[in-house]
Design a protein around this ligand. Structure first.
Ligand code: PLP
Length: 405
């Protein structure tokens, strides 16, 4: 066991269960451990590293900006914030944005916007606004956000929780219609559930949800912190169904794999509920983060990373589907956002990830049964071929061990 792992175990809260590898360097789709061993990163920090590790354009830009201006707070304007938010609005079809740092903060911002919109625009009585979320959701870890979760471990020991949230079955459009009432402010949804295990709703679900929301004067808020920015083969996953939500949450890859950068975007009618002093963040929208965010968006567009994700994702999925293993019950996903469902009677996703790590491929299980593959969007066909060979061999080894025992 590495001394660095022991040191972390002694001083860092045990709120994660990392694979036993100590990373010291990253470049493109690769990372290296403390012994110099090279790994193909097919996790990319839960999709935060879509641009690849130490993307050269981003590194160059950070070096310039870091020596120029970094943090000023929103007590003043900066030359970096406007151009960043303008580009984000142009690309997403929304009117205004509120910059934050982490995903959870942007989700909290969306909840606050939806509630205030309900009171000041829709006319819901004070403190009666309701937000509908989905079973199996993941929107972050704050108290209000775990109040929306149905995952026992996210909640256990952390109550009491704020009221005003309702859950409906993910993918069930009738359940959504039944749950909507006069106090409903918003429906918040992931186009594909990432932490839930790369779970895809039936085709047409988002489109139908958007129509229901419009009919009942309810805001549709898409949490695209993980699915957004090219991950599923379109710039936004809602584009697969031609939906423009009323509110949109971005994070993770927005920071180019370098910094935490997030935002809540919305139509003008929604964002206009915020008055000076209503909400804020010391670091949100800082010049360094804004410069990185703008360059991250420009790289996505100029280097056609969404198109690349669609093409490479289809290639990876087709190769995974061709693997004939009794351990695999399903391969699902869109773009470079793929889950391999492991039959829990026959294998364990964790054990597969550990065996892949030994072979130089990093991935991470979600829940006990899904191996998630979400590499940087710059991955090549040859790298995918190599990865699929490793996966195929690990599955076949595990199957032989299972049959022998
Ligand atoms: C990761 C994630 C979040 C939370 O983002 P943090 O930066 O970890 O706070 C919220 N929603 C979704 C869909 C995510 O994948």
């Amino acid at each position: 066991m590495s001394a660095r792992i022991d040191l972390e175990a002694q001083y860092c809260a045990h709120n994660y269960h990392p694979l036993p590898v100590v990373l010291t360097r990253g470049e493109g789709v690769y990372v290296w451990d403390e012994d110099g061993k090279k790994y193909l990163d097919m996790m990319s920090a839960y999709s935060a590293v879509s641009h690849g590790h130490a993307n050269p354009r981003l590194v160059k830009l950070v070096q310039q900006q870091v020596a120029t201006l970094n943090i000023v707070s929103r007590a003043f304007h900066s030359d970096r914030l406007g151009p960043f938010l303008e580009r984000a609005c142009e690309l997403t079809g929304l009117d205004m944005a509120l910059p934050m740092n982490t995903g959870a903060e942007a989700v909290e911002t969306a909840i606050k916007a939806a509630r205030k919109w309900a009171y000041t625009v829709k006319g819901v009585a004070e403190d009666r606004a309701e937000i509908i979320a989905c079973t199996g959701n993941f929107h972050g870890r704050t108290i209000a956000i775990v109040a929306m979760s149905d995952e026992a471990q996210y909640r256990r020991g952390f109550g009491p929780f704020p009221p005003g949230f309702r859950l409906v079955q993910y993918g069930d459009i009738d359940a959504l219609e039944t749950a909507i009432n006069a106090n409903t402010a918003a429906f918040i949804v992931e186009p594909i559930q990432g932490e839930g295990g790369i779970v895809m709703p039936p085709e047409g679900y988002l489109k139908a949800a958007a129509e229901l929301c419009r009919k009942h004067n309810v805001l549709l808020i898409a949490d695209e912190i993980q699915t957004g920015l090219g991950r599923t083969g379109k710039l936004l996953a809602v584009e697969h169904e031609n939906v423009v939500p009323d509110g949109l949450i971005l994070g993770k890859a927005l920071g180019g794999g370098i910094l935490p950068v997030s935002m809540f975007l919305a139509k003008r009618e929604v964002m206009s509920v915020f008055q000076p002093g209503d909400h804020g963040s010391t670091f949100g929208g800082n010049p360094l983060g804004a410069a990185v965010g703008l360059e991250a968006l420009n790289i996505l567009v100029e280097e056609k990373l969404a198109e690349r994700s669609a093409e490479m994702g289809a290639y990876l999925k087709q190769k995974l589907e061709a693997i004939d293993s009794p351990l695999v019950s399903e391969v699902r996903g869109k773009g470079l956002f793929i889950g391999i469902e492991i039959d829990p009677e026959k294998g364990s996703a964790r054990a597969i990830c550990e065996a892949l790590m030994e072979r130089g491929l990093l991935s991470k299980e979600t829940h006990a049964t899904v191996v998630r593959l979400a590499p940087p969007l710059v991955i090549s066909r040859a790298e995918i071929d190599w990865a699929v060979t490793q996966i195929q061999e690990v599955l076949s080894e595990m199957d032989s061990m299972r049959l022998a025992s």
